[in-house]
Design a protein around this ligand. Structure first.
Ligand SMILES: Nc1ncnc2c1ncn2[C@@H]1O[C@H](COP(=O)(O)OP(=O)(O)OP(=O)(O)O)[C@@H](O)[C@H]1O
Length: 727
C-alpha cells in the first residue's frame, strides 16, 4: 500500500514531540505501524519504544498488523493498554515493597458487597428509608461508578461530586468513598480502577520508586489521545520523564467524554502543558467512505466553535457512500430488508442510538419483523429490563386477576418502579396481601417500620393493582398510561436515578414503551408472551449499540435511529443544552455518522419530537449532490448550502467546479435557520441592548434563546419574535 504524503510525514517525523490530528478512518494503524518500523530501521531498540492503545481490541489489531508488516525475526516493541501497564506496575511496586499485596476484585457481587458495607457505615445513624434508598441496586451501582471516576480523574471525592450532576439523595457518596477505600485496604482487595490509581499515587509520592521506572523509553506512541483521562495522562508523563519523545494521535472532533473531564482543546493545551512544544501533523484523508459522507461530516462539525481547522477528505478509491434520511420504524425495517435482499449479511450492518432507551423501539420493531439482532450490552435486551418486566406484569394482572394472590407477582409490582422500601419488608408485605387481599390495619407490625410517605405510596399502589382487572378491555397503551400516571412513575424514576441523565433516560424509556404499545397496537397477550419467553439474541443479527460503544468501529451499513430533538442532541426542559454540551452532542453525531462505509441512513421517529437540528446542519443532500457531480465529472454549477466549504473541499482534491449558494440556504438565513442563532454570538436587542447568546434550544426553525445582556441580565427570548440584530 502506498502511504500518502501526510502519512509519510508522520512516519518520518525526526525529532521532539509530535501531535497527529487524524480524521475518522485516516489509517492511523497503518501509519503508526509504519512509524514503528521506521524507528526500528533507524536503529532505535525495540525495548525503548512503547505503543499505547485505548483498549484490548485496538491493541490486538495493532499487534497483528505490526507482526504482519515487520521483517521476519525483527524484535518488536511492546504494545499495551493503560490497564496492562497499570497491572504490571502494580506487580513491580508490590514486589519492591512500595505497595501492599492486593487481590483484584473480578466479580460484581464482591464489589457490591463492599459498597453496601460502606453505605451502611456512613449511614449508620440515618433513618431506615434513607438507608433503603441508598442501598437500591441502581444507587449502589452509581456509587461504584463514582468511586471509579474519582480515581480515573485523580480528583478528591468532594471535587468530583461537585463536577457531576448527582441527585439530592446521593450526598453520602463523598463520605462513602473513604469508607470504601478503607474496606478495600482492610480486605486486601483492589478494583480495576486501582490498577492505575494505586501505582500512580505511589509513583507521584515516592521519588525512589519513580527513579526505578523512568528512563527506559525513548519513544512513546499513544492513540486516541483526545479521550484519555487524568490518571492516564499523568501516568504517561511519569513514564516518559524528560527523555522520551511522545507522539500523540487523536481527533479532537471525536472527543466524547467531556463529562468525564476530556476537552477537545486538551489535544492542544494539555499536551503542551505536559510535554512542551510539539510538531503538528494532519492526517486528513479518510479511507473509510466516499465524498458524500466526508462532506456531510464536515458540514456537521463546522457548527462547533471548538474544533480543529481541518477538513476530512475521502480517498479516491473509497466506496461511493450513499446517504439518506427518513422517518419511522417501517423505514428502518425496509432498509434492513433491502440489505438482506442484496445478499448482504446483517453482521455488516449496525443500528446506532444516542441512548439505550431509544433502542427499545428498535428492538420491539425488529422482533416483530423477525429480523435477528444482537446488542452490544446484553442486559439491555428489552424484556430483561426491570421496568419493562414490571409494566408487562401490570398488563398481565389486568388480564388475570388471580395474580393478586401470587406473592411473587405482587412483589414485582410493588418493587418496580422502586418504592424506596427494603426488599425484605416488601416481601413480607406481598405475602400478607396475597393471603388476605386486604391492606393491613394501621397498627399492624407490617407497617410499623415504614415511614408515612412509604405507607401512602404502597397503599396507593395496592389500590391500583386491585383496580387493574376492571380495566382489562382498555388498549395496552392506554392502560400503561394510566399505570404510569397513577404510580407517578416519572417522578419516582427521576428520584431513583443517581444521575440526572439516567433518570431522564428511564423516563424516555417509559415514553418509548407507551409509543410502541400504541404504534404496534401490541396485544397484551403478545407483549406478555414475549416478556415471558424472550427470544435470545442472535449472533448473525444486526448489531444495536450506542454511539459511545461504536467508537473506533465501522460498518458497511449504518442506520442512525432517533434523530429527533431532545434525543439527539440529548436535552430536556430540566436539563437544557448549553454551548459546551451542544458541541459535545455534535461531536457524538460526528462520530456516529463517520462509522458508515457504504451507506448511512438517518431516521427520526413519527412521534411528537421534531427532527434533529443535526439533520439540517449536516446538509447531507448536498453531500450526495456533490459526490454525484464528482463521480460524473460534472461541469455544471452546483447549488449548495455552504459554498465556501465545498470550494475548500474541491481545492484539496484539485477539482475546479463552480458552486453557488442555494436558494434554500438563503431562505434559511432569512427565516432564522437552526444554524443562524448560535451560542457565543453577539446580539443587539432594541430594548435590552447588547448581549451574548448562551443557549439555543427548541424548534430549530423557531428557536428559544438564552441571552446574557450587558445591562439587562439574563433573558429567555423567542428569537424570531424579538427585535434582535446579530452583530
Ligand atoms: N495510504 C493508504 N492507501 C490506501 N488505503 C489505506 C491507506 N492507509 C490506510 N488505508 C486503509 O484504510 C483502512 C483503515 O486503516 P487502518 O486499519 O490503518 O486504520 P484504523 O486505525 O483502523 O482507522 P482509524 O484511522 O479510523 O483509526 C484499511 O483498510 C487500510 O488498508
Amino acid at each position: 500500500m502506498k502511504l500518502t504524503s501526510e502519512q509519510w510525514a508522520v512516519v518520518r517525523h525526526r525529532k521532539g514531540h509530535a501531535r497527529v490530528a487524524a480524521v475518522a478512518g485516516a489509517g492511523k494503524t497503518t501509519t503508526l505501524v509504519a512509524r514503528v518500523l521506521h524507528l526500528l530501521q533507524r536503529g532505535v531498540p525495540a525495548r525503548r519504544i512503547l505503543v499505547l492503545m485505548f483498549n484490548r481490541a485496538a491493541r490486538e489489531d495493532f499487534t497483528a498488523k505490526l507482526v504482519a508488516m515487520a521483517p521476519p525475526g525483527q524484535p518488536l516493541p511492546e504494545v499495551r493498554t493503560f490497564h496492562s501497564i497499570g497491572h504490571r506496575l502494580t506487580q513491580s511496586l508490590t514486589r519492591w515493597g512500595w505497595l501492599s499485596p492486593r487481590e483484584l476484585l473480578t466479580a460484581d457481587w464482591q464489589r457490591e458487597r463492599l459498597l453496601r458495607q460502606a453505605v451502611y457505615t456512613c449511614l449508620e445513624t440515618a433513618d431506615n428509608s434513607t438507608r433503603d434508598a441508598a442501598l437500591e441496586a441502581e444507587r449502589l451501582e452509581a456509587l461504584g461508578n463514582f468511586c471509579d471516576l474519582v480515581k480515573a480523574e485523580m480528583a478528591t471525592p468532594a471535587e468530583f461530586y461537585e463536577r457531576l450532576d448527582y441527585g439530592p439523595d446521593t450526598l453520602h457518596f463523598v463520605e462513602a468513598f473513604d469508607h470504601y477505600e478503607a474496606l478495600l485496604e482492610q480486605h486486601g482487595r483492589m478494583t480495576y480502577a486501582d490498577l492505575l490509581y494505586r501505582p500512580l499515587r505511589c509513583l507521584e509520592n515516592e521519588e525512589e520508586a519513580r527513579a526505578r521506572v523512568q528512563g527506559f523509553l525513548d519513544h512513546v506512541i499513544i492513540d486516541e489521545y483526545q479521550d484519555i483521562n487524568e490518571a492516564q495522562q499523568r501516568l504517561l508523563s511519569l513514564l516518559t520523564g524528560a527523555r522520551a519523545e511522545v507522539m500523540a494521535v487523536g481527533d479532537a472532533n471525536q472527543c466524547i467524554y467531556e463529562w468525564r473531564g476530556a476537552r477537545p482543546d486538551y489535544m492542544l493545551e494539555r499536551f503542551e502543558a505536559t510535554f512542551g512544544q510539539a510538531t503538528d501533523y494532519p492526517l486528513s484523508m479518510t479511507f473509510r467512505h466516499g465524498h458524500a459522507l466526508a462532506l456531510t461530516a464536515n458540514h456537521a462539525i463546522r457548527n462547533n466553535r471548538r474544533r480543529p481547522d481541518q477538513l476530512c477528505i475521502a480517498a479516491p478509491q473509497n466506496p461511493q457512500t450513499t446517504l439518506d434520511a427518513g422517518q419511522g420504524a417501517t423505514r428502518l425495517i425496509e432498509e434492513l430488508q433491502a440489505w438482506q435482499h442484496q445478499a448482504r449479511p446483517l453482521q455488516q450492518a449496525c443500528v446506532l442510538v444516542r441512548n439505550w432507551a431509544l433502542s427499545v423501539a428498535v428492538q420491539l420493531q425488529l422482533l416483530r419483523a423477525g429480523i435477528p439482532f444482537r446488542l452490544a450490552r446484553e442486559e439491555r435486551f428489552v424484556f430483561r429490563l426491570p421496568l419493562v418486566q414490571a409494566l408487562a406484569g401490570y398488563l398481565r394482572l389486568s388480564r388475570d386477576a388471580r395474580l393478586l394472590h401470587d406473592p411473587a407477582h405482587l412483589f414485582l409490582l410493588l418493587s418496580q418502579p422502586t418504592s424506596f422500601v427494603a426488599r425484605e419488608r416488601l416481601q413480607t408485605l406481598s405475602l400478607h396481601l396475597a393471603q388476605t387481599q386486604h391492606w393491613p390495619d394501621r397498627q399492624d407490625a407490617l407497617l410499623a417500620s415504614l415511614k408515612p410517605a412509604q405507607r401512602r405510596t404502597l397503599k396507593r399502589r395496592w389500590e391500583l393493582l386491585c383496580e387493574l382487572p376492571r380495566l382489562a378491555n382498555l388498549p395496552p397503551a392506554k392502560l400503561l398510561e394510566i399505570v404510569v400516571e397513577r404510580l407517578d412513575a416519572e417522578k419516582v424514576l427521576k428520584r431513583a436515578a443517581a444521575r440526572r441523565e439516567k433518570g431522564e433516560e428511564d423516563v424516555r424509556l417509559l415514553d418509548v414503551l407507551i409509543e410502541q404499545a400504541d404504534e404496534l397496537a401490541l396485544a397484551p397477550d403478545e407483549l406478555i408472551e414475549r416478556q415471558q419467553r424472550p427470544k435470545g439474541e442472535q449472533d448473525d443479527g444486526v448489531l444495536i449499540t450506542t454511539v459511545h460503544g461504536a467508537k473506533g468501529l465501522e460498518w458497511p451499513l449504518v442506520v442512525l435511529w432517533g434523530m429527533n430533538e431532545e434525543d439527539f442532541p440529548y436535552y430536556s426542559k430540566d436539563n437544557p443544552l448549553d454551548e459546551e454540551r451542544l458541541e459535545e452532542e455534535r461531536r457524538l453525531f460526528y462520530v456516529a455518522i463517520t462509522r458508515a462505509q457504504e451507506r448511512l441512513v438517518m431516521l427520526h421517529d413519527t412521534g411528537d419530537h421534531r427532527p434533529s437540528r443535526f439533520l439540517a446542519e449536516s446538509a447531507w443532500q448536498d453531500g450526495n449532490l456533490v459526490a454525484q457531480a464528482l463521480a460524473n465529472n460534472g461541469r455544471d454549477s452546483l447549488s449548495v448550502k455552504v459554498p465556501a466549504l465545498i470550494e475548500r473541499y474541491f481545492a484539496a482534491l484539485g477539482v475546479e467546479l463552480p458552486v453557488e449558494c442555494s436558494l434554500s440556504a438563503e431562505a434559511d438565513t432569512v427565516a432564522g435557520s437552526p444554524t443562524y442563532y448560535r451560542p457565543g454570538q453577539q446580539v443587539r436587542h432594541d430594548v435590552f441592548g447588547h448581549g451574548e447568546i448562551l443557549i439555543v434550544e427548541g424548534d430549530p426553525d423557531n428557536p428559544v434563546i438564552d441571552v446574557r445582556f450587558t445591562h439587562a441580565g439574563r433573558r429567555r427570548l423567542i428569537a424570531r419574535r424579538s427585535p434582535l440584530e446579530l452583530l
